[in-house]
Design a protein around this ligand. Sequence first.
Ligand code: ZN
Ligand code: ZN
Length: 270
Amino acid sequence: MSPADPVAERLRAALTRRVGGFFHNVRKDPGVACQVCAGPATEVVCGKCAGHRDEFGDRLANQVAILAYARGYAPGLHQSAHHVREYKSIPPAEKCAEDLAMMILAATYIHWRCIAGQGSGEAWDSVTFVPSKSRPGPEHPVAELARNVALCNGSKNRFRLHLGVGIDAPKRTIVPDRFSVPESALDRVAGKRILLVDDTWTTGGTVQSAAVALHDAGASQVTALCVARWCRHDWSDHRQLLDSCTAPYDAFVCPVQSPSCTVAASGTGI
Ligand SMILES: [Zn+2]
Ligand SMILES: [Zn+2]
């Protein structure tokens, strides 16, 4: 095993200091948490994700990586929920935006092989993000998260999804035409492996809609990378899962493999 990568070590230490007090890595253990969305699940995947799979099958994201839980609807306002909301306020809360960006940077730097796909020697071909209806362009802080992805093979391989005709459909449902791949970006999608970045996973409706649009445009693989899994403190199954996570956020804990991968410990980095 090679000595740990000092850059990875520094990112890890900085993140634990900055967000370790209120963010916790998601769980992916079968029978406890959903293998897709990390929400509570007594089966391998939760009912919501199973329903998505029945309806959309291979058009969904091939892999979903979520970094931490956001504790929504907790008495008072939990810092994790505050962070994922305020990072996109106008103007954005600077520390929140920086923290989320650093989480994306660290995850893609340390775990790029896991995020790119098991056994893959190559990173993703192209990076995009899930656009918001109110601010679909690069001015939205989620675009900044996508810009913080490590190892993206250069800026030419970034592209923007457009809002589609189905953008007004309820957010919790997957709608294939909620987003569309512009013609100008088709060459960065067809036959390519895409990293799709978003800030928050609630039901997966919007993220998976984007994954379906990318697959329908010919993407060979889509990995969704979200900073936070939004959970509800006021729902007992969610609360039980949240309460079981007590360790400070650790960037070395793999967001893809459970319990964890070996790449962080061996310090492969970029
Ligand atoms: Zn799920
Ligand atoms: Zn990993």
